[in-house]
Design a binder for this molecule. Structure first.
Ligand SMILES: [Zn+2]
Length: 232
């Protein structure tokens, strides 16, 4: 397959920063952006071309070998299931299955694993040719060292949802700040887009940890599904 690994500097940013979540009025604007995708709001950084999902029907399984000890198997498997359930609104059939104990060749099967090499030093990396979603132990160790008070399971959920989105065919990153497929700014100083003023609010983590309405809508377009109605 021509699509190789998709590195995500987007999620690497959180390790270097103190994390501040939005509060008050900004939080309610954010909640609205999560649940509704207005006409014209779908925008990307133009860094990839969306395509159909890794397979016509996807299965995800979680291999816990090599996981950092602060991420119990049940927690991570639960997050994989939560992300898969959220992405199912895209219209591509998806399910999660228990780890079979060894890699299996099964159409549409994606193994979620901890692998420093295959994560390429990132928090996460989706690999279309191997059918893997690799999580980076060192990146999460760094996050824990720099931000011991931060709930790293939130970041893990975001990384799993983000990388899963790539496997659903979203190759480009979103320019809408709240989308799980977003990143905040590029090397030219251009910023992501939001309804509220997040630039002056001091908020560092605005992105949602699960796919938003616009993530889902873009996924449906990439997979040639009809638009969802309501909430627009
Ligand atoms: Zn990415």
């Amino acid at each position: 397959m021509p699509f190789a690994a998709l590195a995500c500097r987007c999620v690497a940013l959180v390790a270097a920063l103190g994390l501040a979540a939005p509060a008050g009025a900004l939080e309610s604007i954010r909640a609205q952006e999560i649940r509704e995708c207005r006409s014209g709001e779908i925008a990307t950084w133009g860094d990839g071309r969306d395509r159909s999902a890794y397979a016509a029907a996807l299965s995800f399984t979680y291999n816990p070998v090599g996981a950092p000890p602060w991420f119990p198997e049940a927690l991570v498997a639960g997050q994989v299931a939560k992300a898969a359930h959220a992405w199912s609104r895209c219209g591509v059939p998806v399910r999660t299955i228990p780890w079979p104990g060894k890699p299996e060749l099964r159409p549409g099967l994606v193994v979620v694993q901890w692998n420093e090499t295959e994560s390429g030093g990132n928090f996460g990396l989706a690999n279309f040719s191997r059918g893997t979603l690799s999580l980076g132990p060192k990146a999460f160790q760094l996050l824990r060292t720099r931000n011991p008070a931060h709930d790293a399971s939130e970041t893990l959920q975001m990384v799993i949802s983000h990388e899963m989105g790539h496997l659903f065919g979203l190759m480009a990153h979103s320019r809408r700040c709240v989308d799980v497929l977003s990143y905040y700014n590029n090397s030219r100083g251009e910023k992501c887009l939001a309804r509220g003023d997040i630039a002056s609010s001091g908020v560092v983590e605005y992105r949602h940890s699960l796919p938003t309405a616009c993530d889902i809508e873009r996924c449906r377009r990439a997979n040639r599904k009809s638009p969802l109605t309501g909430g627009r």
